[in-house]
Design a protein around this ligand. Structure first.
Ligand code: ZN
Length: 308
């Protein structure tokens, strides 16, 4: 068996306006743009990676902002909410900051003993801040948010499913333990410092999710690089059909649609976002795969500026 996953590696979402998206994730949430790339299937569309200063696995929200994207529908078969971890004492600061930014925060609420503030990104993606007393140190030195309040990385994701058991069993195989249950929500926790929570919300009657702006495309979990083929075997054993191992330059990936049809990725923690850019310069320059290098000028000319 491969080693248990410590939690989420990254989450990838679909957005519309790239400038608005960039302003929100860097300006309002205070994350760093650590990689500025393009969608390899449509080079007129950015692939933006927001994370902590170093792009630590467990902190990175990646976005495909299609300027003309239609809104999607959040529903079953999807990651329905993405949660970020902040210090417990920062909830009031964030509530005011999100309200000022028009991010429509709900009143803070309690969930399994944590204070939670739900809000939305400019495309309506469902996000949350979760306050905990025990958080890793801040790692966003140049951000507009003070260290005391900075987002530490992911807390977790919520999956909306018509049936919880098959996906819950897969999470157990991946090393998650079920720790809480309340109403239709079940909590699974991994043994990591970031992105260690998966909540399953089961509703057999809920409408099915539809991809589009404001929805999550997939969630990736951290795995050790020499264990990728073992993970493939585990997934096949679970009756699933994983892809081959795909080289994404910053990590290697295996993708699989799990039993509830949510797209899971198993991504290696190395080599990471500094493999092709110096730490101080992450995200400043457009990074394209080698096979697109000779089209760089044309690609750059067709991309919108990242200003709102
Ligand atoms: Zn991914």
């Amino acid at each position: 068996m491969p080693q248990d996953t410590p939690g989420i590696h990254h989450v990838t979402a679909i957005a519309s306006d790239p400038g608005r998206n960039y302003a929100f994730y860097t300006g309002t949430l205070g994350l760093r743009l650590v990689k500025r790339s393009v969608n390899q299937d449509d080079v007129s569309v950015y692939h933006l990676f927001y994370a902590d200063h170093e792009g630590t696995p467990g902190t990175s929200m990646t976005v495909f902002p299609y300027p003309d994207a239609q809104p999607g529908q959040i529903g079953t078969g999807q990651v329905s909410t993405v949660s970020f971890l902040v210090p417990e004492g920062s909830i009031d600061y964030w509530y005011d900051r999100l309200e000022d930014a028009g991010a429509d925060p709900d009143e803070p609420r309690d969930r399994f003993g944590d204070t939670v503030v739900p809000f939305v990104d400019p495309d309506g993606l469902s996000l949350e801040l979760v306050g905990r007393s025990n958080v890793p140190p801040a790692n966003l030195p140049d951000a507009p948010v003070p260290d005391a309040h900075a987002i530490r990385g992911f807390f977790g994701v919520e999956l909306s499913l018509t049936s919880a058991d098959p996906t819950g069993n897969l999470l157990r195989t991946m090393g998650y333990r079920e720790t809480d249950r309340e109403g239709t929500r079940r909590r699974y926790v991994a043994d990591g410092e970031l992105g260690y929570v998966v909540d399953i919300c089961e509703d057999p009657q809920a409408p099915r999710g539809r991809p589009g702006a404001g929805t999550v495309h997939h969630v990736a979990f951290r795995v050790h690089e020499y264990e990728q083929s073992e993970w493939r075997d585990v997934l096949i054993e679970a009756g699933l059909r994983p892809t081959e191992i795909i080289d994404r330059k910053w990590f290697e990936s295996v993708y699989v649609r799990e039993h509830g049809t949510v797209l899971f990725e198993f991504a290696t923690e190395s080599p990471g976002y500094t493999v092709d850019e110096a730490l101080a310069e992450l995200g400043e320059r457009l990074v394209v795969p080698e096979w697109l290098e000779d089209r760089r000028e044309e690609i750059e000319a067709n991309l919108p500026a990242l200003s709102p």
